[in-house]
Design a protein around this ligand. Structure first.
Ligand code: FES
Length: 363
């Protein structure tokens, strides 16, 4: 982008027309007291639409109107390429995007036409003073490259032919409709859509269909697999001083998950469970790696309180318990609870716990 400076030749003065002054006052009134500076861009735009470009006197008038230092308004005017800092063509000033996507899609040809038909250099007026052009940075319509901006309008998907037609239209005072200069709709795919093309997606013909599917057309689920043959594994007897927990209900959420599972371990593999901890003193099950307070609570609900209970399970017992762990399912097998509990039951304690209580497991 070129350095943007004020034009060396400046007019003596600037004043809004009566109509434009009233409009600018209306814009200023949109902002709260003390925030009039927010109207700087619209006020400069009105000045530009009146004079064709932004002069130093116009900047000073806007600054005074908005109670701003002149330099602040100058900063805005010189920052945005939408503001012209020198006189431009009376009929049109064409801003040609010269950034990579437009460049790759033919911006060079567009610039060549500007040079040949309008003026040899950017910001130079055509011989009749009606046209001028410049190259600008990306105007945000890259998907429709190459493109040009004329005032508030953009002309996109240009070719040599359509850009020449645009200049002809501007000369005749009858420019084409802004937007893509091809058949495509805005930035829709040039060659037509390739996805979501089924008309049923848009014509409403499938509304409510899912209900009929649910009730009538759904293929019945396959019959559940036959129960696995009884395992020869021996269920360990409960400890001598433990009360059997035959009546202890399995937590509901756990039961639901277990039932929904097609490879459910039959209840004959249910290990010996107890109603309460022996002597009211449960082991700290959180010492088992992977067991935290929530999982310990769940084990208590199931009837598991002691390391030696778990240490005495066989693999099928472990699987049975594991499938009753709800959202923790998989932990018992993954963390080898039988092995861990065997060590803990023999008195071993992980060094980090110092032989004491209060494991640091997250769940
Ligand atoms: S590169 Fe030309 S509009 Fe973005």
């Amino acid at each position: 982008m070129s350095v943007r400076r004020l034009h060396p030749e400046q007019p003596e003065s600037f004043a809004f027309t009566e109509e434009n002054a009233a409009y600018v006052q209306k814009v200023i009134a949109r902002y709260p007291e003390g925030r009039q500076a927010s109207a700087v861009i619209p006020a400069l735009m009105v000045a530009q639409s009146q004079e064709g470009w932004i002069s130093l006197p116009a900047i000073e008038v806007v600054a005074k109107l908005l109670d701003m230092p002149d330099i602040r308004v100058l900063e805005v005017a010189t920052f945005y390429t939408q503001f012209q800092l020198s006189p431009v063509g009376r009929k049109a000033h064409i801003q040609v995007c010269g950034t990579t996507p437009c460049r790759l899609r033919g911006a060079d040809d567009i610039i060549a036409i500007c040079k040949n038909r309008l003026a040899a250099h950017p910001f130079e007026l055509s011989t009749d003073g009606e046209f001028s052009w410049e190259e600008v940075e990306c105007a945000g319509a890259c998907v429709n490259a190459p493109m040009v901006t004329v005032g508030k309008d953009t002309y996109e998907d240009l070719t040599v032919e359509t850009f020449n037609a645009l200049i002809d239209g501007l000369v005749a005072g009858n420019p084409p409709t802004p937007g893509p200069q091809t058949e495509r709709f805005f930035s829709a795919p040039q060659s037509g859509g390739a996805a979501l093309t089924e008309s049923a997606l848009y014509d409403g013909s499938v509304i409510g269909k899912y209900r009929a599917f649910d009730r009538e057309e759904l293929t019945p689920p396959p019959a559940p697999a036959a129960a696995a043959p009884a395992s020869p594994a021996v269920v360990p007897a409960p400890a001598a001083d433990a009360k059997p927990a035959a009546e202890k209900p399995i937590p509901k959420v756990v039961e639901a998950q277990g039932q929904a599972d097609s490879d459910k371990v039959p209840d004959q593999h249910k290990p010996a469970l107890i109603e309460a901890a022996r002597d009211g003193k449960p082991d700290d099950l959180k010492l088992i790696v992977g067991v935290g307070s929530k999982l310990e609570e769940l084990l208590h609900k199931l009837g598991v309180y002691h390391f030696d209970q778990i240490a005495g399970w066989n693999e099928m017992n472990l699987k049975w318990v594991d499938q009753h762990l709800g959202s923790f399912r998989g932990r018992a097998l993954r963390d080898k609870w039988i092995e861990q509990s065997g060590k803990l039951a023999s008195g071993w304690r992980p060094p980090i716990h110092g032989g004491g209580q209060g494991g640091g497991n997250p769940v």
